[in-house]
Design a protein around this ligand. Structure first.
Ligand code: ADP
Ligand code: MG
Length: 140
């Protein structure tokens, strides 16, 4: 198995409820290492750009609104099979469908306020890391 990097966000619904540490602990317990991390309060333009792939979906306006409603923690995670492993520990998009023990099962409020983001493929991981971090910020 290859060592990969993936991009993760702890969303405003979670930072507002002071869950940054608990969510990061779940990632670390799954064997993922936080190799870069910062807190950002994203602008509307940043949120629209990050989620541009969803711009024609009916929930896009709501998504941009929730993502700009408070601070987000953007992170780069590293580990074996990190992209898939992170998706597993996150759980399903809708917390009603998320498996026991996953972050979304434990902490998410709703499908819109579902506490975390994680890249879904190597190409999106590379794009999303580059969207928020410069190379010198990937510390290891
Ligand atoms: P994931 O975050 O699991 O990769 P998607 O990429 O499909 O899910 O969607 C991106 C984000 O958009 C979701 O995490 C969620 O915050 C929001 N979202 C997706 N579907 C809906 C929906 N039906 N209603 C409201 N928000 C949604
Ligand atoms: Mg997605």
């Amino acid at each position: 198995m290859a060592i990969e990097r993936t991009f993760s966000m702890i969303k405003p619904d979670a930072t507002k409820r002071n869950l940054t540490g608990k969510i990061t602990a779940k990632l670390e317990e799954a064997g993922l290492r936080v190799v870069a991390s910062k807190r950002v309060w994203m602008s509307k333009a940043q949120a629209e750009g990050f989620y541009a792939v969803h711009k024609d979906r009916p929930f896009f306006g709501e998504l941009v609104e929730t993502m700009t409603s408070g601070p987000t923690v953007v992170q780069v995670l590293e580990g074996e099979n990190a992209i898939l492993k992170n998706r597993e520990v996150m759980g399903a998009t809708n917390p009603a469908n998320a498996a026991e023990g996953t972050i979304r099962k434990e902490f998410a409020v709703s499908i819109g306020e579902n506490s975390v983001h994680g890249s879904d493929a190597p190409e999106t991981a590379a794009q999303e890391i580059a969207y928020w971090f410069s190379g010198v910020e990937l510390v290891g």
